[in-house]
Design a protein around this ligand. Structure first.
Ligand code: GCB
Ligand code: CA
Length: 913
């Protein structure tokens, strides 16, 4: 009755509703209003109405705004200066138009994700509820839909979504933002009244596994449930076919299932054996397709329902001494974690952006994705299958737990949803369920006291329940708990014994001082837990790609330190074959609303920036993980630089440049002139490059090979003597109290580190760099969000107690801009984070009581700067002052304290004429 391709097309449609819907009408016309047809799935992303609202009543119509999903209401407020973001109720509504023919069908709304609780109403009546922001759910709506007459009937769907903090729903806290909204795709599913299970934890209702795979043969098992929503008994044929990539059926099984009215019935297919299966691996991610169909036993040709699933033929194991093995071969798992947000979009991403991240991981040479800290869009898993990236996925039990039966139940439901929804993705090898759960002990609990012991017991009990559940649900995958670096604590709580694998998040050389503690930790695990395979599930260092220093220092947020950190870590991991896998934290920078530091609201540990530009460390991993010959100039993206000429007579500034390669030597050329050939040590060739004013073309070549990389770097060379006629002075931007360069690409400006004044040159006289008193990690400056600026890093550093800033510029007309931010009077971070009225908080804080005057060339230009006048705590403030240099005296700024100490955060001097 139907063209054989029809059911397949219907099963595939997902994103191209219009086309298939058109096809469906055509089919109906051709068949002349008929009997059975396959499942129809329509995406419902377009044309929603949204408004934030009170908890109970949907707001009046005027307040609704037009949106499409994916949608979040937090895309903007996680980025602004006001602490916190909207965590409350949001309403969505949409009109469905359903044909009369669907009255006899089983109809479901499928949400890939709504954060974090959802209530779905159809025509004013509650159709279903869901708890948890990161898993999908399906809501049966058939009984609530209205069918008026023979045409299409309009029905209203209303969804109340709520991302309020809820102690019974993980995550309770975390270093990421808990966006609210319907932020993934929504579908309407119209299935035949006899169909594969649509009431199984948001899953597809059919589960594919490979109980036995070897190079010689593979067994495939398929199980599922058929539901008969009809009022009559039915007998159906369930057929499973395994198709190879060319469409050839390599295995097939059919069973007959008898269903009474309203009955549900399980089926199991064991398809053995496929000889010489084409194995799935990162190098060759070959996918078979498993097509499971429901046929009417009486009408031979009619397909009632069809489900398609990917199938990868592979087997794997973890070994505590030798690491990971895929298809019998050792494979060092290397990759990164990934959050699901994107610059400016919050977490509401189109599938293409999810897929692109997996591709960026693959292009880095990564073969492992830790999907953290929560289940992600099905597009992520599908990309892993297709590109050959092995995956670990986890539920968001982060930092701590709540001791309530409801919290435990929610965790178990989430774990079940995650496993069932993503069960059929061959890329998944690990199901995890806890991250650093002993990071914050509850109030009153310590490592030693009774409250602490009781908490450890509760956490272990939850872990045991989730672990057992996972092994029951999916005996073929490994279970994992991820811990922070407090080895003894997790040992004592029993959390290293419960899972099959232990993951450690280690930040030695970042949050703690010594890089060397990292290898020592891995060795400790191997020694003390000799039977437990381990993964390094996190390691990373923040880097704001605007910031650079020679050398970088721990916590200075420069790309140089991050690159050095990653080089150290990768080498230490590689020396230890017992480490099964390692995942960098993080593939991409992600939003963490509460974070302050150089780039507030952003965790900058990404190897890629929030808009997916590679940092030096990403290139380093490429050089080490890709198997194809590779060479890249590490800092190639830093293409606007500055620095002072090497000597009074020289017209260049020498700066270090690293080249990353998997080849033995590298030759570097500057504007076609050879700078030398250097040996490669642990993937790095190191050069000093004498940059000249203007464009500098760097070429890295691998001798004897047609392999090279080129970078165009514009250098703004500063003269040593400001009156040097060969390098006429134009402008100078200095970050005081700072040892870093800051490139402002949009404004085509580079800020250089401070220096002390010497005659003929420029610099400060007196004072010292500001160091935040209670922050042991920052080498200098403050870690606080500076209000009213995108240039936090510049305002976070300052010189305190300076007497002068002098520039021996040639005579002429100038513009001087002075930048200030009061750092010392700041209220503590916690206080600020929870105080919605920042200005009140700032005013109430004790002040440094400073007051000082600034004189420019002997004139008092800024009298009485201080908390009582222009300097509010943590607020960026600047003053632009015209100035003329005459009689060879240059520009002299005097800073004179009335009370307390003088300060200066930044200075810009620009020659006008
Ligand atoms: C961690 C957490 C992760 C954070 C990371 C960091 O240990 O698991 O969520 O983002 O550290 O950057 O501090
Ligand atoms: Ca999606």
């Amino acid at each position: 009755m139907f063209a054989p391709g029809w059911a397949r097309a219907a099963g595939k449609l997902k994103s191209c509703f219009l086309i298939v819907w058109g096809a469906c009408l055509l089919q109906l016309a051709a068949a002349g209003a008929v009997a059975a047809q396959g499942r129809v799935t329509q995406s419902l992303n377009a044309d929603w109405r949204f408004c934030k609202g009170t908890a109970q009543v949907p707001p009046a119509s005027a307040e609704w705004q037009k949106v499409s999903v994916p949608h979040t209401w937090n895309a903007a407020d996680v980025l602004d200066d006001a602490p916190g973001y909207y965590r409350g109720v949001g309403w969505y509504r949409k009109t469905l138009h359903v044909p009369a023919a669907w009255q006899s069908r089983s109809l479901y709304l499928h949400f890939e994700g709504a954060s974090q609780t959802a209530e779905v109403y159809v025509n004013g009546q509650l159709a279903g509820r869901h708890v948890g922001g990161y898993t999908a759910f399906s809501v049966p709506v058939g009984k609530l839909l209205r069918f008026d007459g023979a045409g299409l009937s309009a029905n209203e769907v209303l969804v109340k979504v709520d991302n309020s903090p809820n102690p019974n729903i993980p995550p309770l806290s975390g270093d990421f933002s808990f966006y609210g909204g319907i932020y993934r795709d929504v579908y309407l599913v119209a299935a035949n009244d006899v169909h594969f299970d649509l009431d199984n934890y948001g899953s597809g209702g059919v589960f594919v596994s490979t109980p036995g795979v070897s190079a010689a043969a593979a067994e495939v098992a398929v199980r599922g449930t058929v539901a008969n929503d009809a009022r009559a008994a039915r007998t159906v044929r369930v057929t499973t076919r395994v198709l190879d990539r060319s469409g050839r059926t390599v295995a097939r099984q059919q069973t007959r299932v008898k269903l009474a009215a309203g009955q549900r019935q399980e089926f199991r297919h064991a398809l053995g054996s496929v000889p010489k299966p084409h194995l799935w691996s990162p190098d060759d991610p070959y996918l078979y397709r498993v097509v499971t169909t429901l046929g009417d036993d009486n009408a031979r040709a009619a397909t009632l329902d069809e489900v398609n699933n990917p199938l990868g033929m592979r087997w794997f194991r973890f070994d505590p001494n030798e690491g990971f093995f895929l298809n019998g071969q050792h494979l060092a798992l290397a990759g990164a974690s990934r959050h699901q947000d994107f610059q400016g979009l919050g977490n509401a991403l189109p599938d293409a952006l999810h897929e692109r991240d997996v591709l960026l991981l693959k292009q880095m040479g990564g073969n492992f994705l830790r999907i953290a800290h929560y289940p992600q869009d099905p597009a992520v898993l599908a990309a892993c299958d297709r590109l050959g990236v092995l995956a670990a996925e986890e539920i968001p039990v982060v930092n701590g737990i709540t001791d309530s039966p409801e919290f435990f139940r929610t965790c178990e439901t989430m774990q079940t949803e995650m496993i069932r929804q993503h069960f059929n993705h061959p890329s998944v090898i690990i199901w995890a369920y806890m991250n650093e759960v002993l990071l914050r002990l509850p109030d009153g609990a310590t490592r030693e006291n009774a409250a602490g012991q009781a908490y450890f017991k509760r956490v272990a009990r939850l872990a045991q329940r989730l672990d057992s559940l996972t092994r029951r649900e999916d005996p073929a995958r490994y279970t994992m708990i991820v811990n922070h670096g407090a080895f003894d604590l997790y040992q004592r709580a029993g959390l290293t014994a419960i899972p099959m694998l232990v993951g450690w998040n280690l930040y030695a050389g970042w949050y703690s001082p010594k890089l060397e503690d990292f290898p020592a930790f891995m060795d400790q695990h191997h020694r003390e837990l000799p039977t437990k395979p381990l993964l390094i599930t996190e390691f990373g260092a923040d880097a704001d790609s605007r910031l650079h220093a020679f050398p970088g220092q721990r916590f200075d947020k420069t790309e140089e330190y991050a690159a050095q950190y990653h080089q150290f870590y990768l080498n230490a991991i590689r020396k230890r074959p017992f480490v099964a896998g390692a995942a960098v934290w993080n593939l991409v920078e992600f939003n963490a609303e509460q974070r302050q530091e150089a780039n507030p609201h952003l965790n900058t540990k990404g190897l890629l920036t929030a808009d997916r530009q590679p940092k030096a460390a990403y290139l380093y991993y490429q050089s080490q993980l890709l198997k194809t010959p590779f060479v890249r100039i590490g800092s190639r993206a830093w293409n606007l630089r500055s620095g002072t000429a090497a000597g009074p007579d020289s017209l260049f500034c020498a700066q270090p440049v690293e080249v990353y390669t998997n080849q033995p030597t590298v030759r570097l050329l500057l504007n076609g002139q050879e700078l030398g050939t250097r040996p490669v040590v642990a993937g790095v060739a190191r050069f000093r490059v004498p940059f000249r004013q203007g464009p500098n073309q760097l070429t890295a070549q691998v001798p004897g090979q047609a392999l090279s990389d080129q970078a165009e770097i514009e250098f703004l060379l500063l003269p040593q003597q400001l009156t040097d006629a060969r390098l006429p002075f134009t402008e100078l931007n200095v970050s005081l109290g700072d040892q870093r360069y800051f490139t402002d690409a949009p404004l085509h400006q580079v800020w250089v580190p401070e220096q002390e004044y010497t005659p003929g040159r420029w610099g400060y006289v007196g004072g010292q760099a500001y160091v935040e008193p209670s922050n042991g990690r920052l080498p200098y400056g403050s870690g606080r969000n500076i209000l009213g600026t995108e240039y936090d890093a510049l305002y976070q550093t300052q010189r305190v107690g300076l007497r002068q800033f002098r520039l021996d510029v040639p005579d002429g007309q100038y513009e001087v801009t002075l930048h200030f931010a009061e750092l010392e009077t700041a209220p503590p971070a916690e206080q600020l984070a929870y105080n919605l009225d920042q200005r009140a908080a700032a005013k109430a804080a004790p002040t440094a009581g400073r007051s000082f005057d600034v004189w420019l060339n002997g004139q008092l230009v800024l009298p009485g700067l201080g908390a009582d006048t222009y300097l509010s705590p943590l607020q960026a403030t600047s003053f632009r002052l015209p100035a003329s240099a005459q009689g060879g005296k240059g520009l002299v700024l005097d800073f004179k304290a009335r009370t307390g100490m003088t300060i200066l955060n930044g200075i810009q001097v620009k020659q006008q004429y």
